[in-house]
Design a protein around this ligand. Sequence first.
Ligand code: GN1
Ligand code: MG
Length: 544
Amino acid sequence: MASPAVKKAISEAALQYTKPEGKVFEYGTAGFRMKADLLNTVVFAVGLLAGLRSKKLSGQWIGVMVTASHNPAEDNGVKLVDPMGEMLEAEWETYATRLANAPLESIADVYDELVKEIDVKVTNQARVVFARDTRASGSRLVGVLSAAMTATEVEFIDFKYMTTPQLHYVVRCKNTLGTQYSYGEPSEQGYYDKLAQSFKKVMRGVKVQGSLTVDCANGVGGPKLRELIKVLDSGLDIKVINDDVINPDSLNFDCGADYVKTKQRAPPSSKAAPLDRCASLDGDADRLVYYFLDESNVFRLLDGDRIATLAASFIGDLARNAGIASKLKIGVVQTAYANGASTDYIEKVLKLPIICTNTGVKHLHHAALRFDVGVYFEANGHGTVTFSENAMKVINNTEPQSPAQKSALESLQALTDLINQAVGDALSDMLLVEAILSHKGWSPKEWLGTYTDLPSRLVRVEVNDRSIFKAYDAERKLESPAGLQTKIESLQSRYNKGRSFARASGTEDAVRVYAEAASRSEADDLATRVANAVREAGSTDGQQ
Ligand SMILES: CC(=O)N[C@H]1[C@@H](OP(=O)(O)O)O[C@H](CO)[C@@H](O)[C@@H]1O
Ligand SMILES: [Mg+2]
C-alpha cells in the first residue's frame, strides 16, 4: 500500500492540472499522442506509472520519452521504455490507460489500487530517465513528469533533448552497466562514440562513394546528427538539411521521412542532383528512408523494405564468408504493408524465412527475437536488427581459419555494435546502410535494381466506428464486418498481382486500406474500390 504521505503528495500535485473534459485516453501503438495542450494529466499519470514499473522491476531504470514523432508541431506524446530499451510490456499499457483516465480527485486511489493489484513493493527504489524532442510544449510536459515523480519519491535523470532511440539506448546501458551484457556508456557521448567506433571498424578496407544528404525533419535528429558527425572519422561526407529547430512550426513541415514516404517525393527544400544519395529522418529520428532522383529526374524511394532486404542480404553474405551460416538462423520480419515484391525477393532470392506480424514495432521486435539474427522493418522505415545470445556467442567465439573469414567475423562483430538492438534508430540504420553500400560498391541505383516494387496505394478512410473492423492473420484479413473480406478478395482477384487489405489504424481514428497490383492504374483502382467497400460497410454496420 502507498503511504498516506505519498497519496497526499500525489493528490496535491495532481490538482495543479485540469483534465480535459469528455476525453478518453488510450495508450496506443505509440504511447499517448494528441494535441500538446491536452497532455498534462496524461503525462502526470505516466510519471506515476514509470515509478511503479521501476519499483515492480526492483529499481531497474525505466525510460520516458516525450515526443509525437512525425505528427505536426502542435502535437506531443509520451511513451514508456522498458529496462532493455524495448517498448513497455503490453499488460502495463492497460494500467497506463487506467491511470490516465482516472479523475484527478481519485488518482491517488487508483495509484494505490494498482500498487495492490500489480503487487508492487512500494519500499523498492524507483529510477527513471527521461528526454524529449524539440517541440515547444516539451519543457512544460517534462515539468509535469518531474512533479509526478517528486510526489512519489522517484529518483530521476533528465537527459533533456534526445532522439527516441538515444533514450532507449541510455535505458539499456543504465540497466546493463557493469554486467557481462554491458551495452555501453549511458550517456549521449557514449552513444556517439559507440556508433563512430563500430562504423570505423565496419568500414575497414572500404571507401564511401559520394556524399549523403540527410533531411532531419527539422527535429531533434538535426542537432544530434551534427554531434555524431563530429566524432565520425570515416570519410563519410554528410550534408545536413532541414535541421531548423529554432522555428517551432518547421518541424515535419514539408520534410521528413513520413512526408517522403507518403507523398512519394523529395522534400521541396532538397537541392540534391540526380543520382545523389538522400535520406530522411522523422521528427524523433527513429524512422529512416532513402531516395534519389534517377537520370530522368524521377523520384525513387528506398523504404524500410529496401533497408531490410539490403541488411539481410549483407548479413547473410557475411555469415557465409565467416563460415558460420549453418549456426545462425537469419530471418526477416515484415508487416502486411511490406511490398509484395520485397517479400518475393526475400523468399526466392535471399532464401530467408519471413514472419509477418501485426503493425507496430513492438510486434516486429518480438517476432525478430525468434531468429538468431532478426531483421525487422516496417515499410515506413522503423526497424533494426536483433542478435540472439547464441548469435553473439558464435560471432564472438568462432576462431577464423582464413584472413577472409577473420575479416567477415570482424565486420559482424562491429555490426552488432553499430546496430541499435534496443530499438529502430535512424542514425544507426543510416550508418548501417552507408556501410553496406560501401562494401557492395553500390550507388542507390544498384540498390534499387535488386527488385522492382509493385505499385501500391495507401488510403485513409474515415468511418463511424473503426472498432467494428476486426482483423486476423497478421491483419491481412478481416473477420468483421461480415462479408467485407469476401468482397475484398473478389476485388483483388480481378487485378494482376492484386493484393489488398483493410485494418483499423492504431494511432488515428480511421481505417487504412492498402492495395498493390502489377501496374499503377490497377493498384489505384483496387485501392479505390476497396476503400469504397470499407466506407459502405462502415456506414451500414453503424445503422444495424
Ligand atoms: C501503415 C503505417 O505506416 N502505420 C504506422 C502507424 O500505425 P497505424 O496503426 O497504422 O496507425 O503508426 C505506427 C506508430 O508510429 C507505426 O508503427 C505504423 O507503421
Ligand atoms: Mg518516430
